[in-house]
Design a protein around this ligand. Structure first.
Ligand code: NAP
Length: 336
């Protein structure tokens, strides 16, 4: 087991009372390792660092989480004129670093929760860490349609990120699949580039909030194809040409032309690395006890989208990150 010294931090002149050395020893490892750097993980890092726990924070495969894939965030408190998602995450990270959190890039590929200290392996065994406690904030990843033709076309017309890829579809017809807030948001954003955007949804009712529905309905570039099931991605010469759908009422099939298809049908929690060691619900979200962040393994806490199947907002994720750090602090007090 290789214990790293990266957690050693600079004495912060603004916070001279904080210790200037990593709070880990060779036997028990770190006090706490935080897995993931979305709003939940970074808020946990801010609180844990301010509590002098000197957390090690593992970036994950999408540093900053899903907000780095978005543009303006209008509903995060404190930003009446909106804030760009990536900027918000940069600020949270800077705040955590200021208080002494240390960041390590890499993706967690395995954990061993069978005994304390827990073991955390990143990047397929290249580096390993141990810790008395863990905060799991690995978030969720975009779900795909799972229809023929989709996988091959990812990056060639299939995307899950309008802000990343919308630019490539100037004056081209685009489809957005989904009926939730993400689909509305992506479709509205994509009208900046596309000749037209067709929202394809599997029911007649949208799931999106009223404000987002209204915005999408008012947009003259948005068309609607409702109550259809996507059945295949169509392509020619390595480029997407459309989406084949089946009408749920008549069962008739038809092809909707599009050069880009943006899939916005929700997310699934990133829990594969847990390898069944934590209780999860039927959708794979980590279960936590009551209003706390405590999982079924003492010393392992979960926060953010990896445990929240209901709210999944930046601000609720941040709030749950705060709870996880406070629960963790209490746990470590008893542990020491
Ligand atoms: P969501 O609310 O779960 O919506 C997913 C949509 O995709 C639903 O309309 C669902 O259809 C559809 N869908 C799911 N699986 C499908 C499949 N296999 N084939 C076709 N369609 C499928 O997910 P979301 O839109 O990503 O939103 C997640 C959370 O983030 C929500 O709480 C949302 O409020 C929040 N959010 C907020 C904002 C904002 O406030 N600006 C922006 C984005 C997201 P059904 O409706 O039939 O289930």
């Amino acid at each position: 087991m290789r214990l790293r010294k990266e957690a050693q931090r600079q004495e912060n002149p603004e916070h001279p009372s904080l210790p200037d050395a990593a709070e880990h020893d060779m036997n028990t490892g770190y006090g706490v390792i935080i897995l993931g750097t979305g709003p939940a993980g970074l808020t946990a890092a801010i609180y844990a660092a301010r509590a002098n726990l000197a957390p090690l924070v593992i970036d994950g495969n999408e540093p900053g989480g899903q907000l780095t894939l978005t543009t303006e965030v209008e509903n995060f408190p404190g930003f009446p004129d909106a804030v760009m998602g990536p900027d918000l995450m940069d600020k949270m990270r800077a705040q955590a670093e200021k208080f002494g959190a240390t960041f390590q890039s890499g993706q967690v590929t395995a954990v061993d929760l069978s005994q304390r200290p827990f073991q955390v392996t990143i990047d397929d065994g290249h580096t390993a860490y141990s810790a008395k406690s863990l905060i799991i904030s690995t978030g969720a990843s975009a779900k795909m349609l799972g229809v023929p033709g989709e996988t091959d076309m990812v990056g060639h017309g299939i995307s899950t990120c309008a802000t990343c890829d919308g630019f490539f579809y100037r004056e081209k017809p685009i489809i957005t699949v989904g009926g939730g807030d993400s689909a509305m948001e992506e479709a509205i954003f994509l009208t900046r580039f596309a000749s037209e955007v067709t929202i394809v949804h599997r029911r007649n009712q949208l799931r999106a909030s009223k404000v987002m529905q209204d915005r999408a309905r008012k947009n003259p570039k948005i068309r609607w194809v409702m109550n259809v099931t996507p059945i295949a991605v169509l392509s020619e010469r390595g480029q997407v040409t459309g989406l084949e759908v089946e009408d749920n009422a008549t069962h008739q099939k038809r092809s909707l032309p599009a050069e880009g298809i943006f899939v916005a049908i929700g997310h699934q929690p990133n829990t594969g690395f847990l390898n069944g060691q934590l209780d999860v619900d039927e959708l794979g979200y980590v279960r936590t006890a009551g209003v706390t962040s405590q999982t079924n393994v003492p010393g392992v806490f979960a926060c953010g989208d990896v445990m929240d199947r209901r709210y999944r907002q930046a601000v609720t994720a941040a709030g749950s990150g705060c709870k996880a750090a406070m629960d963790c602090e209490k746990f470590l007090e008893a542990f020491d």
